[in-house]
Design a protein around this ligand. Structure first.
Ligand code: GLA
Length: 655
């Protein structure tokens, strides 16, 4: 009588099933999920898994519900595995990763919603009777909703009270919903979106759902975020780059777009190197005949007019400067005007005898087909092989429409969206295996695929195409509800900003971008000498604190969604070093005294602010707060700190 957690269509048309208990097993550790990203353990002592075995004896389908609990995290991971042993096939029309009935509905639902250039805004609504959902039916996890929601008690705040967080480790169509019935029971579910989903299971076949993650916090939303941060940073992100300090990059996109020559890129790189930047990333426009967005996606070979020595020629020159080289790709896409389209029109997702919609002049390749994933993989590997590429930005710039797998028959259509995502994961896996030293950054028109599934392959993700510092406050603040700072790509760009035309101080732009994987996205040669010195200092600062920023405990202090200011801080695990940031969007007139109350300090330890001689006890800083009026709200004697869009960073050390 409510939305079910699964649905099985049988050959006679019935959808009734009854899975009954057959047994269970408990074992140390946690299994990897076949072909899907998941939280992992490094030794068996870290976790314990319970598997519950169920069976429908009429159709002879088995169901294993798997629950893992962890030694170090207040987390339950849950997935479901269907395996069909009956003679007659069944069609799985719905298979949630998680379904839980909470005995009451006295919660607020917290979601992350948005659009291009304003991703992951925090929205909070009290639960009410009926169904409230977040979802994507776009083929990627989307700008619109994130595969996440939280239920917090009405009285719970940012730092106090009960919160349950729900997150899905998946990058495709999803639904998260809470169904409140007339007896105030709240059923929370999370999994693949059943719209258009129909997975046929023949005898001997299995279906593995993605993994859902449940987090419990008694320390409010921020407490929940801290659990997600450490779980995803330590036990979802993988590979060499998981624990390494991330390079400071200069990305060519907002500097030159597709209008560049090798010389132009080298000139930017030379200046960047001089300022302390560690990696030059060449963004879109290096392949085929691509000079604007109407052509060449799919033609993965360098344009000799722009890069006479190819990728290798450029990367060698960059490496000679003492920097690393990174490259942008968009492997899932195809332009109508491309050699690939002329050769393989059947590789597109489309209904061949109907109009097809473009998005940014491009079309989506059918990654549900092995030959497409293989073919694109071969092309990308031949570009990267021995080319000296140390970083890849993997983009995905449109949603899937007219979902249809050509020449595959009706059964394949219900499998298209999920198989597409499996194809993306498979290609990631192949590239990671082939190039284990490459650092991957995922991207989808900014942050349309900022999800835990991607984090398993790419430890960082381009947070948003909106690089305006003031807009970024909300975007990064919202993103931090689930995702660690070590996963957020954050760059300083020019002013006025290209998306909002807002003029913000260079200092404020850096003060916001420090709280992520830092870089620049502008023509550094256009800077004045003073600005160059400032940038040099910014990079020096970031290098000094990047480990703390990536690995420290993050606290949101003042929400940019609630007024004209924002603040957050990071404290090291040993609570000896603190980096706090305060941002003020609008200059108040004759402002009252301002105190910023910190979090996570040692109550009885003394802390001293860099550049100051006085010290304060931790409890003083946390309960009374530190006066910041002098610095950020503007005193009349110091006009440089006046005006809108100001920021201030505070460094505190335990004595
Ligand atoms: C997307 C990305 C940008 C940039 C462009 C290139 O919009 O989010 O950062 O790479 O594509 O076309």
């Amino acid at each position: 009588m409510r939305y079910p957690a699964y649905g099985l269509l049988q050959t006679d048309g019935s959808r009734v099933s009854e899975f009954t208990y057959e047994g269970y097993r408990i074992f140390p550790g946690k299994k990897r999920l076949k072909a899907l990203p998941a939280v992992y353990v490094e030794d068996e002592g870290e976790a314990e898994t319970l598997e519950i075995f169920l069976r429908d004896s009429v159709i002879n389908t088995r169901l294993i519900l798997s629950y893992t609990i962890f030694r170090d995290f207040p987390v339950i991971c849950r997935n479901a595995l269907f395996s069909h042993e009956g003679e007659e096939p069944v069609v799985l029309e719905n298979a949630m990763s998680l379904s839980i009935d909470l005995p009451d509905s006295d919660y607020d639902m917290v979601t992350l919603t948005g659009a291009w250039a304003r991703e992951r805004y925090i929205k909070i609504h009290p639960l009410h009777e009926g169904v409230q959902t977040v979802y994507s039916m776009r083929g990627h996890s989307s700008h619109q909703f994130n595969p996440f929601f939280a239920l917090k008690r009405h009285e719970a705040t940012e730092h106090t009270g009960e919160v349950i967080g729900f997150s899905l480790i998946y990058s495709g169509n999803f639904i998260g919903q809470v169904n409140v019935d007339t007896f105030a029971v709240a059923r929370a579910m999370l999994g693949i979106h059943p719209e258009g989903f129909a997975w046929t299971l023949r005898k001997g076949e299995r279906f593995q759902t993605p993994e859902a993650v449940l987090v419990f916090s008694q320390d409010g939303l921020n407490g929940m975020s801290q659990i997600f941060h450490s779980l995803y940073r330590k036990r979802l992100a993988r590979g060499k780059w998981r624990d390494l300090e991330r390079p400071v990059v200069i990305n060519s996109w907002e500097a030159v777009f597709m209008d560049f020559t090798e010389d132009k890129i080298l000139k930017i790189a030379e200046t960047a190197k001089d300022l302390g930047v560690e990696m030059m990333v060449l963004d879109d426009g290096w392949f085929g005949k691509r000079n604007d967005d109407t052509s060449s996606l799919g033609d993965w070979y360098p344009n000799p007019d722009k890069l006479p020595g190819g990728i290798k020629g450029l990367s060698q020159k960059i490496e000679k400067l003492g920097m690393k080289f990174g490259l942008w790709i968009e492997p899932e896409m195809i332009s109508k005007n491309s050699g690939l389209f002329r050769k393989h029109p059947e590789w597109l997702i489309r209904v061949p005898y109907r109009e097809m919609c473009h998005g940014r002049n491009q079309y989506v390749l059918d990654f549900s087909k092995d030959e497409v994933v293989e073919g694109i993989g071969d092309a990308i590997i031949s570009v990267l092989k021995d080319a000296g590429v140390s970083y890849i930005k993997w983009d995905m710039n449109r949603s899937i429409s007219e979902a249809f797998s050509q020449n595959r028959g009706p059964e394949a259509q219900g499998m298209l969206f999920h198989k597409y995502v499996l194809g993306v994961y498979r290609l990631y896996e192949r590239l990671l295996e082939e190039f284990p030293d490459i650092l991957f950054e995922s991207c989808a028109s900014g942050g349309a695929r900022f999800d835990p599934g991607m984090m398993y392959y790419a430890p960082q993700c381009w947070t948003s195409d909106n690089t305006d510092a003031i807009e970024r406050l909300r975007i990064q603040y919202g993103t931090s509800v689930v995702y660690p700072l070590s996963s957020m790509g954050c760059h300083v760009s020019e002013a006025p900003n290209q998306q909002t035309f807002r003029n913000t101080p260079l200092k404020t732009r850096a003060d916001v971008a420090y709280f992520g994987c830092f870089g620049y996205e502008m023509d550094l040669n256009a800077l004045t000498e003073d600005e160059r010195q400032e940038v040099k200092e910014q990079i020096r600062f970031y290098k000094k604190y990047r480990k703390l920023i990536a690995e420290g405990t993050f606290y949101r202090l003042i929400s940019p969604f609630e007024g004209d200011e924002a603040a957050w801080m990071v404290v090291s695990e040993d609570r000896k070093t603190v980096l706090a940031a305060y941002y003020r969007m609008r200059q108040p007139s004759n402002a009252p005294y301002k105190r910023l109350r910190l979090k996570g300090l040692e109550e009885n330890a003394r802390y001293c602010m860099e550049g100051k001689t006085e010290s304060w006890f931790g409890d003083e800083l946390m309960n009374a707060g530190m006066v910041i009026s002098d610095y950020a709200s503007g005193i009349r004697s110091d006009t440089t700190k006046q005006g809108d869009y100001q920021s201030r960073i505070f460094i505190l050390k335990k004595l």
